[in-house]
Design a protein around this ligand. Sequence first.
Ligand SMILES: Cc1ncc(COP(=O)(O)O)c(C=O)c1O
Length: 487
Amino acid sequence: MNADAAYPPERFRADLARFLERFPGYEADGDFDALRASDYSRLDRHGHIYLDYTGGGLYAESQVREHHDMLAEGVFGNPHSHNPTSLAATHLVAEAREAVFGFFNADPVEYEVIFTPNASGALKLVGESYPFEAGSCYLMSFDNHNSVNGIREFARRGGADVVYVPVRKPELRLDEALVRRGLQQPAECQHRLFAYPAQSNFSGVQHPLEWIAEAHELGWDVLLDSAAFAPTNRLDLSVAKPDFVPLSFYKMFGYPTGIGALIARRSALAKLRRPWFAGGTITLASVQAGTHRLAEGAAGFEDGTVDYLGLPAVTLGLRHLDRVGIDVVHDRVSALAEWLLGEMTSLRHGNGAPMVRVFGPETMDRRGSTIAFYLLDPGGAVYDVYRIEELAGEQRISVRTGCFCNPGDGEVAHDITPQEMEECFSVPEAPVTLQHCQRLIEDTTGKVPNTIRASLGIASNFADVYRFVAFLADFRDRPVSALGLGA
Ligand SMILES: Cc1ncc(COP(=O)(O)O)c(C=O)c1O
């Protein structure tokens, strides 16, 4: 395959000029090329087309340098003692917390910032501590990530009612009437938690943040999963006020990888009952008295020693994102995604058959820059997504395949019935894997429950999406049989 031959440089320049004319906001800040050259130069140096930002963001080279310089220069001990090296580390932790409050415009009087290993760690804190019991309710959307779905196990164990609101094809949006019905129905629920993603990590659909206030009116606590939303969208917690916001910082700015946060409203946090205590989470524990007192606020939820050397990298990452401007990033990736969606949905085989099927909205109306799709051959058969990923990899194009830990969107996108999913779990061999289940469904129903995902982020540029379209266009008129299966 030779994508460059199909798209020679003159054509690229002409298409870029047309793109810039159509999306004047793309270069609003004027110096993106300089940023890409200074902070993400490794992409072009090694010929990478990175299209997996929803999997993990990319760090600016300056973030790593600044972090390294700080570590090389300072002397830091375990925080929370009064010696100078410990105080220096305590200061770094406080600075990172301040930076998170500032970036999300969260009022420290109203919110707490709890550092966790990642978004899943933040979600587990909520799941294991929420007062799920008989008479409580856990309402969630179909398009949640598995780390939100997993909270249902805590809910069930406690005896709470667990209810899902389905997404609907073709856009994989939630039916607003069903959301409202779900919020209104269980009038007798004592504790009620409603969880949905600000942006689906599968379809890119963005749900209304106005649901938060509506849910509050009806007595719900709201968990807004912002892991896939925050890297390219402004989340202003002085406007939308969810109770629990899980985040992974590597998704926002690539580095560090082991730190996330739960931003939680103090009032909601007060409801949580921690199932245990650990070093750092108590004001006092006694062996002989057999009891303990949990520390108030964030401290009561940060088990053990926080990543005090990694946290300054969060401060630096947020500073970097602030310098570039989250609104600038948003406008730029939205322009690129709009162009990409338009190109992908117009690709046709010689017989006029579409080459791409997008799962989710085909326009930028209420969606982010994460695009789930698969490629079809001239007869409408689906190319093996693992083979596509392999071929993309040969051109150093990084896309993701699978179900992206978002089974609800995947099952609806591919019309998988509850019975078909149950079949996967009824097969006696263990373990039951995604590949195994996909194969079973494909063999018995002909459906191909697998997806490719391309997602854009802070360092994406027109050349990236252009090269990707050229890669896709190269499948024109090639039957599935000519391609074979991926590893
Ligand atoms: C929407 C969403 N929520 C939660 C997570 C979990 O993030 P992590 O694996 O960093 O804990 C992800 C990861 O892809 C995600 O996309």
